[in-house]
Design a protein around this ligand. Structure first.
Ligand code: CP
Ligand code: NVA
Length: 307
């Protein structure tokens, strides 16, 4: 049996494949907006496994699969055998014999890698401690929609060097743009954990204002990611000077957009003035999770579909 393709981190796809997914996103989104039925995945089943909470990821995958004519099944750790120590390899064998595609949100990347290694069907990373590739797919698509190609642009990442940050860094190598990162001391990017080949597409700045200066896109995320709740109090103190606020947006380019994967904490990583302000594209960004993931599932299940 031919090994299936997976989307476990950004670099699993070539730039050309990602551009194809973006092209299909546009077509699928336009059809959806015109209320045109498009059911290429009729009779296909998506299994979604959640070991962490979610609003957007669950909704966009579940609604997206239904809109493509298929169905989606939700499993979580609490009420499946996954939370009771069944080996990941065994779960992968069984789940992938009963479904056509699987999406997993879990802790270490190693878990999803092991699942994929034993799966007969494509596996999509719906967030791990290390990466969140579906998020950056939507983010880059959103940037292109608002401002055109991202190649050569500068993305400022202010805050924690987490899964979303790591994925931006991988995407920068693929699409040839720059990421200016500013984290508090002790929270710097770990290139190996981010899965980077080289370092020419990112630079670290001690002062977040320097990272934001002349940026085309300013973005951030929660100070405490899921799974790190025990560090919350310490992080609140350590990240206090890493809020994206109006002053920070003013040093970015005039036409800079603000993004946040959501959920957001106004008054912590971002001020209300910025996230609810004119430069913020966070609602388009959230909506595009739906459209980009529909194109992603189409690609993984049907290969290249031409218009
Ligand atoms: N951005 C994102 O993945 O949101 P959820 O945690 O709600 O899925
Ligand atoms: N970095 C955040 C993203 C949530 C969508 C987390 O992992 O909790």
């Amino acid at each position: 049996m031919k090994a299936p393709r997976h989307f476990l981190q950004m670099r699993d796809f070539s730039r050309e494949e990602l551009e194809h997914v973006f092209h299909r996103t546009k077509v699928i989104k336009e059809r959806f907006k015109r209320y045109e039925r498009y059911w290429p995945l009729q009779d296909r089943t998506l299994v979604m496994i959640f070991e962490k909470a979610s609003t957007r990821t669950r909704l966009s995958f579940e609604a997206g699969m239904q809109q493509l004519g298929g169905s989606a099944i939700y499993l979580n750790t609490r009420d499946s055998q996954l939370g009771r120590g069944e080996p990941v390899e065994d779960a992968a064998q069984v789940i992938s014999r009963m479904s056509d595609i699987v999406m997993i949100r879990t802790f270490e990347q190693e878990i999803i890698d092991r699942f994929a290694g034993h799966s007969r069907v494509p596996v999509i990373n719906g967030l791990t401690n290390e990466y969140h590739p579906c998020q950056i797919l939507a983010d880059i698509y959103t940037y292109i929609e608002h401002r055109g190609p991202i190649q050569g642009k500068t993305v400022a990442w202010v805050g924690d060097s987490n899964n979303v940050c790591n994925t931006w860094l991988q995407a920068a190598e693929i699409f040839d743009f720059n990421v200016h990162v500013s984290t508090p001391p002790g929270y710097e990017v770990e290139p190996e954990r981010a899965g980077l080949y080289g370092t020419d597409h990112f630079e670290q700045f001690a002062d977040p204002m320097d990272a934001a200066r002349d940026a085309d896109l300013v973005t951030t995320d929660v100070w405490t990611s899921m799974g790190f709740e025990a560090e919350n109090e310490e992080r609140l103190r350590d990240f206090a000077d890493w809020q994206v606020d109006g002053d920070m947006m003013r040093v970015a380019r005039k036409d800079a957009v603000f993004m946040h994967c959501l959920p957001a904490h106004r008054g912590e990583e971002v001020s209300a003035e910025v996230i609810d302000g004119a430069q913020s594209v966070v609602w388009d960004e959230a909506e595009n999770r739906l459209h980009t993931q529909k194109a992603l599932m189409e690609f993984l299940l049907l290969g290249r579909v031409n218009d």
